[in-house]
Design a protein around this ligand. Structure first.
Ligand SMILES: Cc1cc2nc3c(=O)[nH]c(=O)nc-3n(C[C@H](O)[C@H](O)[C@H](O)COP(=O)(O)OP(=O)(O)OC[C@H]3O[C@@H](n4cnc5c(N)ncnc54)[C@H](O)[C@@H]3O)c2cc1C
Length: 221
């Protein structure tokens, strides 16, 4: 198995990711990816010797009104179908979990205790180390310039440094998906959008991560 990377590993959007790992996703499949990834992130450092920075902090999803709370409860109910723990907490319980919150502004919240955060770059390097241990070759600075097709199916790719024959080609080029699809004559309707986060100086009273050893009494819906 060969992994081809145009530049360096993590040079795509992964380099920018804040590293929040939350299972509150809109579809069964995307929730399942995160649920299984959480399991992998916990064992990866031991298996590869590379730290991922994973920390189980839990995440709180806040509702500022009844309509938003109903939406969050529906999302939580769908998450439970994946076997994900999602708990309704009152505004006061949310503030207990995350003291800087002002509960007076909230209608309630949903708490995912198994969520966490990690370092996207370190996690990628640990995954790459694990893949190499299993025999995967990772070729960086190797851009795919063409998809080779034979008898109506994909037969490999052309790179800047030569051809690679392959029975299967998995395209995972992120926001370059549209351009990559065009190499195979496939129109992939993908549009990259700006995505922001803010890094501040330390804010007095706001801890870098709020973890509680004591879990609040929660209400199941
Ligand atoms: C500011 C920001 C914050 C984010 N925060 C979070 C967060 O907290 N939690 C979260 O879950 N997600 C977050 N995301 C989203 C997350 O970063 C992406 O979903 C994730 O990085 C996508 O990974 P990927 O491997 O699919 O794509 P990428 O990391 O973009 O990898 C695609 C790779 O394909 C390579 N490539 C492209 N074309 C070719 C070619 N022709 N030949 C060879 N290689 C090629 C690129 O060089 C690139 O390295 C954030 C995104 C941004 C921008």
């Amino acid at each position: 198995m060969v992994l081809l990377e145009r530049k360096r590993l993590t040079s795509g959007t992964t380099w920018h990711a804040a590293g929040l790992i939350t299972q509150a996703r809109p579809t069964f499949g995307t929730r399942e990816i995160v649920r299984r990834s959480l399991r992998v992130f916990q064992t990866l450092p031991e298996e590869t010797g590379f730290a991922t920075g994973f920390e189980r902090t839990g995440t709180l999803h806040l509702a500022d009104g009844a309509a938003r709370l109903e939406e969050l409860l529906r999302q939580a109910s769908a998450a439970r179908a994946n076997g994900i723990t999602a708990e309704l907490v009152s505004a006061e319980q949310a503030a207990e979990l995350f003291p800087p919150l002002y509960p007076g502004d909230l209608a309630g919240a949903v708490y995912y205790p198994d969520d966490g955060r990690g370092n996207a770059t370190d996690t990628t390097m640990a995954l790459a180390a694990g893949a190499r241990q299993l025999g995967v070759r990772i070729l960086e600075n190797t851009k795919v310039t063409k998809v080779i097709r034979r008898d109506g199916r994909v037969a490999g790719v052309t790179t800047e440094h030569g051809d690679v024959e392959a029975e299967y080609v998995v395209a995972a080029p992120g926001m370059w998906g549209r351009e990559f699809g065009a190499l195979a004559g496939v129109a992939i309707p993908l549009q990259a959008l700006a995505h922001y986060y803010v890094i501040t100086e330390a804010i007095p009273g706001l801890p870098p991560a709020c973890r509680r050893s004591r879990r609040p009494r929660t209400t199941r819906t």
